[in-house]
Each structure stands twice: as C-alpha cells, then as structure tokens.
Write a protein that binds this ligand. Structure first.
Ligand code: AMP
Length: 395
C-alpha cells in the first residue's frame, strides 16, 4: 500500500515522496480517508505515529480542491515546539503549492505573527493564549475556518487550556470539520470531544501503548546513586542521541552541570530557558551538535526529533501517561529506541501501573560493576569546620 490509495492531489503525492514517506503509517491509513471525506475524527495516537500528516494531508487536499477564502484551517496545539513542528510538516507536505501557514504562540514578539496574518494564510497553527490575543485584537479572523484540529488534547487540558479553547471555539463557525487527537482519553477529553465533534469516526492506533519499536528497561537504584549510575550507564552504552528527563528544572540544571564535566556535549530544555535558548538547544540537539539533552516534561512535550536512540527517565514521571508521552520521543516511525528508567523504591507503585497499561512486566537490570552499596552521605553540618581548623593548626 502506498499513498496513491488516498487519491490525493498529485502535488501532495509528490510532496509526500519528497518528504521521504513511502508507505503510510497505520494512523494515516485509517485516518486519511475519513479526513478527506470531511468526517469528524477522534484519534487516539501519540506523537511518533505519523499523526501530523494524518490530519495535515486531508487539510491540504481540501484547500487545493475546493474553493474558499481567508484562513480555512486552524490547528491548536499545546506547545510552541509542537506548533513549529506541525508548521514544518505543513511546509514539507504543501511543497509545490501556494498554501501558506503561520504559527502563533506566546513568548516571542507578536510582530512577525501579525505581519504573517495580515498578509494572509490558509492555515494557522496556534497555541491557545496568543491566538486569543490576536482574535481580541482582530488580527486573526476565524470566521472562514472549515477545519479545526485539536492536537494533544489531553496535554492541553492538563496545562489548563480548556477555558481558552472554549473562548476560541466561539469564533470558529459551527459548520466545520473537527479532528481531535489525544494520546490518552481521560473523562475531560471525552467530554470536550463530545462537545466539539459531530458523528465522529474513532481512530485508535496503538491505544495508549508506546510504539513497539522501543525496548524498555528499569534500573533499580537508590535515589542518592542516580548521578553515578547515569554516568556509568552512559559509559557502557553505545549511545547516539539521548534525551534525559528530570522531574524539575532545577534537577535538569544540576544534572546538566554534572554531565558537562564529562566528555559529552549536552544541552537542556526547561521552563527557565528563553524561547531563543530553547530553539538553539533543540536545533543543536537535532543537528547532532549535542549528544545529550536534559529536559523536563513540559518543555519536551510532543517534540519530534528523529533518531533519538535513548530516552532515560532519570526521574520517574508523575503518571503512567507521562511515561508513555516521554517514551514516544524515541523509536519513532521506522527507528528503534531504548528507554531506560531509574527506579527508586518509592517509584514501585507507578511502575506497576505502567506495566499494567503496557500489559507486560518490564525487565529490571543492574550494572555488574556498579557499587549499589555506597551509603547515602550523612548530613554532618559541623564536621568540616573543626577538621579545617585542626589542619590549619597543623600547617
Ligand atoms: P508524528 O507522529 O506526526 O510526530 O510523526 C513522527 C515522525 O514520522 C515525523 O518525523 C514524520 O516526518 C515521520 N513520518 C510521518 N509519516 C511517515 C511515513 N508515512 N513514512 C515515514 N515517516 C513518516
């Protein structure tokens, strides 16, 4: 099976080939026919399954083959990085056409976005907050929207975007095609999906399980030995491109400092970095100038980076869903990847949940020449001083 089965405009077919896609992924095979038929869609698919093209191709097909004016498609997404990635995919897949898209998100100056919107675009890819600003300032006009996509709906709700999404919906015509994608389906996502779609087709790929191209390994370790274990693991693993997750930005910063003392080139992606720094980190990591990127969940949400060989959960994520999202960063499309997870005794209950969702027991590994018995250093506030004084006396 190849892309010709979808009867797409020949320009799209050429662009798809040019992008290096030869065979549609399962979500594309199922979703594209519904999408091009104008049906509403609720898709369970995580990043890495090819879901972006699954909604972008039907949008492009409609724009090329039916008349319309103004901005005709709106894609709402939780993060700036994801918005940029979708925008890039649109650029790739609309190659050879005159379709224009623009990204809209906060944290950067509004002028270039305003300029692009004033010039006119057929597709807007937006994060909710800034889009609302542009709507209020009458820069963005959504009255001609024919297709609405909500991408990573679960993440958007997690991030508290529901009120903003509802406000945006008031400006979008009721008569439209709606596609909603989410990796997981908690009750709030169901509710939102029911409110905004009409007779939707349900497309579920891989349910909430991570891509099968990923091998999972748990490394039991006491909390205080995590740094040492990581350095040992890096030494022993043939690693190409590694994404390491920590629980907080402070832990990301501390870990980056430690890694930088080794020969690895590393960078980080977290909430304390400016948009420019994030972009530079991501670019450097994608281009291979940094072998390691240390990131927090929010910062790395939905990132599409090809060829990540390893995801290391230095800290366990908060939920089983977050684990699946993190692991979605490796083993993408045709690649295979490995996921290493450091597991402290406190992480046991969550590991059980993850194993339940994945319907398999994850292998535990220990590193043979690693000393797991090194005791936790005790906190001895006054010990150093007298010793120093003693040493000083001796000198
Ligand atoms: P996504 O799940 O949309 O983030 O896509 C994950 C990655 O798979 C991206 O790097 C896409 O460029 C790539 N991709 C999407 N569809 C295909 C396909 N049919 N063949 C090969 N690669 C694809």
């Amino acid at each position: 099976m190849d892309f010709t089965q979808f009867n797409l405009d020949t320009r799209l077919y050429t662009a798809v080939r040019r992008a290096g896609y030869y065979e549609p992924t399962p979500i594309q095979t199922t979703a594209i026919p519904f999408g091009t038929a104008g049906r509403d869609l609720i898709g369970t698919a995580q990043t890495g399954t090819g879901k972006t093209a699954a909604f972008v191709l039907p949008i492009l097909q409609r724009l090329l083959n039916s008349p319309g004016k103004g901005t005709r498609a709106l894609i709402i997404t939780p993060t700036r990085e994801l918005a940029e990635q979708i925008h890039q995919t649109i650029g790739q897949l609309s190659y050879g056409t005159s379709i224009r898209s623009a990204t809209v998100y906060g944290g950067v100056g509004p002028a270039p976005q305003i300029e692009a919107l004033n010039r006119g675009v057929e597709i807007i890819v937006a994060c909710p907050g800034r889009l609302l600003d542009h709507i209020r300032n009458r820069i963005a006009n959504l009255s001609n929207i024919e297709v609405l996509v909500l991408d990573e709906a679960d993440r958007m709700l997690d991030m508290g975007f529901l009120p903003d999404i509802k406000r945006i919906l008031r400006h979008v015509p009721g008569k439209r095609q709606t596609m909603l994608f989410s990796a997981t389906f908690p009750a709030e996502v169901h509710q939102l999906a029911a409110q905004i779609t009409q007779h939707p087709e349900r497309v579920s790929i891989g349910a909430v399980r991570p891509a099968h191209t990923v091998e999972h390994t748990l490394y039991p370790v006491p909390h205080h030995l995590k740094n040492r274990l990581l350095l040992k693991l890096l030494e022993q693993t043939d690693t190409k491109s590694i994404l390491i997750f920590t629980r907080t930005k402070h832990r990301a910063m501390n870990l980056l400092k430690k890694i930088k003392r080794t020969s690895y080139k590393a960078t980080s992606l977290h909430g304390d970095r400016t948009q420019g720094q994030r972009r530079a980190a991501l670019k450097g990591f994608k281009e291979g100038r940094y072998q390691i990127m240390v990131a927090t969940d929010i910062a790395a949400r939905g990132l599409d980076i090809d060829g990540i060989s390893h995801v290391i959960n230095f800290d366990m994520p908060d939920t089983a869903d977050a684990y699946i999202h993190r692991i979605g960063r490796t083993g993408r499309a045709q690649h295979t990847g490995e996921a290493f997870t450091f597991m402290t005794p406190a992480d046991q209950p969550l590991v059980k949940k993850i194993e339940k969702i994945m319907n398999q027991k994850l292998p535990r590994k220990t590193i043979p020449d690693f000393d797991y018995t090194i005791p936790k250093p005790e906190y001895q506030p006054n010990k150093r001083k007298p010793r120093n004084r003693e040493a000083a006396r001796r000198r």
